[in-house]
Design a binder for this molecule. Structure first.
Ligand code: CU
Length: 290
């Protein structure tokens, strides 16, 4: 039998596709968009510590809502919500979650981790910060980092229970980072383009509910959206987060496609596995200096 050039190309294409297919790279991908005008961000007042203010030539804006020109929403935590009474099994990510303290700000401002995953705090500033977790369900940690610390301090072992909690600096009250800890590895935080990519290694195919959390707009009532995972992959239609959720909640919590709902619109009781959402209460308590 003579192989034609076309057949050879087809065979080559198949083998390349074969290499590209492994489930290790499979993901649930999507984009989070803000719907409506967000509130004007407030300027962070660093006057309380001239060392901090001196590190910034331009005003620093509050990061509670970070949206692009077209509404691309960053810092949104998208995770698989285990079905009631079920748990999801998955490996603890080997890569640590690193939070830097730089210019008297935490970077990044929102992180997601699996319980037991390394959570490292570094200090890029040459002066003191204090890393104080405001967890309820986990043991709180409170460590001082008086000097520049590139290696960092690991607090991952302290996070043993799924929980959303804030970490603040006791020296600089505006410094706040949101930590979202899950008991599975199927989560992601949206980037500045609003994009997220949830790894699916170890996740059986099937229908799931995604939980969508944003620290200000969806703190108490995360949104949910259904997703079907096939071959370890899924492309989620754009997730639309209302800029004014209270107003939208009063009307109807369903979007044009009818598949995005505010979780509060569902009256599920005794949900077993949803991560608690206390960050807003904690953040406001921290802002009041409690
Ligand atoms: Cu500080």
């Amino acid at each position: 039998m003579k192989l034609t050039v076309a057949a050879l190309f087809a065979a080559a294409a198949l083998s390349v596709a074969g290499f590209a297919a492994p489930n290790a790279s499979a993901q649930i991908t999507g984009k989070v968009m803000l719907q409506g005008e967000p509130p004007q961000p407030q300027e962070v007042n660093m006057a309380g510590d001239p060392k901090c203010a001196a590190l910034h030539a331009h005003p620093i804006m509050d990061e509670a809502i970070v949206a692009g020109d077209k509404g691309e929403l960053a810092n949104v935590v998208v995770s698989i919500k285990p079905a009631e009474g079920k748990t999801l099994k998955g490996e603890v990510p080997k890569k640590p979650v690193v939070i830097d303290q730089k210019g008297c700000q935490y970077s990044p401002h929102v992180v997601a981790m699996m319980v037991g995953q390394d959570l490292v705090f570094t200090n890029s500033d040459t002066f003191a910060h204090n890393v104080h977790s405001l967890a309820f369900d986990n043991k709180q940690f409170n460590i001082a980092q008086p000097f520049k610390d590139e290696k960092g301090s690991d607090r991952g072992a302290d996070v043993k229970t799924p929980e959303r909690f804030a970490v603040k600096c006791d020296i600089h009250p505006w410094m706040l980072v949101q930590v979202n800890a899950f008991d599975h590895p199927f989560f992601a935080v949206s980037n500045e383009k609003g994009e997220f990519s949830i790894p699916t290694k170890g996740l059986p195919d099937g229908k799931y509910e995604l939980e969508i959390w944003q620290e200000k707009l969806l703190a108490e009532t995360p949104m949910t959206q259904e997703v079907e995972v096939k071959g370890g992959k899924a492309k989620v239609p754009d997730i639309k987060v209302p800029a004014n959720p209270d107003k939208d909640k009063k009307a109807d919590a369903t979007d044009a496609k009818g598949d995005t709902k505010l979780a509060s619109a569902k009256t599920k009781s005794g949900a077993c596995c949803s991560v608690k959402s206390k960050a807003q209460a904690i953040a406001s308590a921290a802002a009041q200096g409690k």
